[in-house]
Design a protein around this ligand. Structure first.
Ligand SMILES: [Zn+2]
Length: 424
């Protein structure tokens, strides 16, 4: 298949290209129906609504959702233990229950027998370049957690042939890919690289793979470049959780991940649960149109930022701009969340910075942020300081200072963010 054919089209054009108002009306509709359904069938959801003093009639549109407190992922194991097995969140039982997945916690996730692909992985896989007729090795784990099944079922809907190889055993993977002429790969990007290396070093050399959907770990730009340029494999990623399925996915542009139409993704203050203004980093809080297991305002504990800017691919949904770490690692500076990954992003732009640490202080009731930097020998401070101040503003949306310190000042074991504020 020509690469160009993998870059065009949609799995469901009408759904993926609907206008802002149409999407809003669609989401208002399903949110309203989901809350009413959960109130009737899921006592766990009903308890949450009642505790917030709400009845289903109070949640008519997306704008009403934030009247409901965030349900933290970390609270699920206790809630499920208190009301086994699903914490009162499932709306199906007995013969309606098709599959139960087991995630660390433990957290039990039910899937209804009538729902073949409640996670809508097929939309993501199509946007990532998979097409009917692709033979795909699925190297995600097939037992306990849902990762492999998400793709297995979505790819089947697309018309792909799935080979459930599971993780590990590089030699078998290489042989299978070669013997079956597999054109697609699903799994972690590092394992894909291990398979390609093995094939290159031990034979048979180049593999027939053309397209890959990767996840479960970071995809550094350098690794994506190597997969695409050196190996000719179109490589796209998505974001999801075991509880919620796929939430967002990359299109051909690979510039952020489109949020699924059946997901309402809010970026919220991890402490208060209130939605943050557009462009700020906060916790990903999702409501997913999954009637069998209605997760309403589920706080994932992951951080991201969302843009509403239009995408050249023609899909109209907002895009999640990468994963920015976990909520339990953040520091709040002048009301903005600051994560170690953001400090990494700033420092990475300046090769002349040998060592660095972000220092947060407080003077006269105002937070201060300063990057302490040690420079590579021969660098003049003016080559770095102004640019770095600008990078702090751009990446962290904060005013910050840059202070050049003598070599050896910052210990090798220094924390990326040193919070020196005293709250007394
Ligand atoms: Zn796009």
């Amino acid at each position: 298949m020509k690469r160009a054919d993998r870059l065009c089209g949609y799995y469901d054009r009408k759904r993926e290209t609907m206008g802002v108002r149409a999407r809003r009306a669609y989401q208002d509709r399903w949110v309203r129906a989901l809350v009413a359904h959960a109130w009737r069938r899921a006592p766990g959801v009903r308890r949450r609504l009642e505790a917030a003093g709400l009845r289903p009639a109070a949640v008519r549109t997306l704008a009403d959702l934030d009247r409901l407190p965030v349900l933290k992922k970390a609270a699920i194991p206790d809630l499920q233990r208190a009301d086994p097995p699903f914490g009162g969140f499932a709306t199906v039982s007995g013969a309606e229950l098709g599959t139960v997945f087991v995630s660390p916690g433990p957290i039990y996730e039910p899937i209804a027998r009538r729902d073949w692909s409640p996670w809508r992985t097929e939309t993501a896989a199509y946007a990532g370049g998979f097409r009917p007729g692709d033979v795909v090795v699925n190297t995600f784990l097939y037992h306990l957690t849902p990762a492999a099944h998400l793709f297995d079922r979505g790819l089947a809907l697309l018309g792909c042939t799935v080979v459930p190889t599971g993780p590990g055993n590089v030699e078998t993977q290489v042989r299978t890919i070669q013997d079956l002429g597999a054109t697609g790969y699903v799994g972690t990007p590092s394992f894909l690289m291990a398979i390609l290396k093995h094939a290159a070093e031990k034979g048979p050399g180049r593999l027939p793979l053309e397209v890959a959907q990767v996840g479960a770990e970071a995809l550094p730009p350098s690794l994506r470049r190597a997969l695409e340029v050196e190996h000719g494999i179109l490589t796209r990623q998505g974001f999801g959780t075991a509880d919620l399925g796929i939430l967002a996915y990359e299109c051909r542009e690979a510039d952020g991940m489109h949020v699924m139409e059946d997901v309402v993704l809010e970026i919220c203050d991890p402490e208060t649960g209130s939605p943050l203004p557009s462009g700020e980093t906060g916790e990903i809080v999702c409501t997913v149109n999954h009637r069998a297991y209605p997760m309403i305002r589920f706080g994932t504990g992951d951080l991201s930022v969302v843009t509403e800017a239009s995408c050249p691919c023609g899909r109209t949904s907002p895009r999640m701009l990468g994963w920015r770490g976990r909520t339990d690692e953040v520091t709040k500076v002048r009301g903005m969340f600051v994560h170690p990954r953001q400090t990494d992003e700033v420092a990475a732009r300046f090769p002349a910075v040998a060592r660095w640490q972000a220092v947060v202080t407080r003077k006269e009731h105002e937070d201060g942020l300063a990057f302490h930097v040690e420079l590579v020998a021969g660098t003049r401070p003016e080559q770095v300081v102004a640019g770095m101040v600008e990078a702090i503003r751009e990446v962290m949306k904060l005013r910050g200072e840059v202070e050049v310190v003598p070599p050896g000042t910052i210990p090798a074991s220094a924390k990326k963010i040193d919070d020196r504020r005293k709250w007394e």
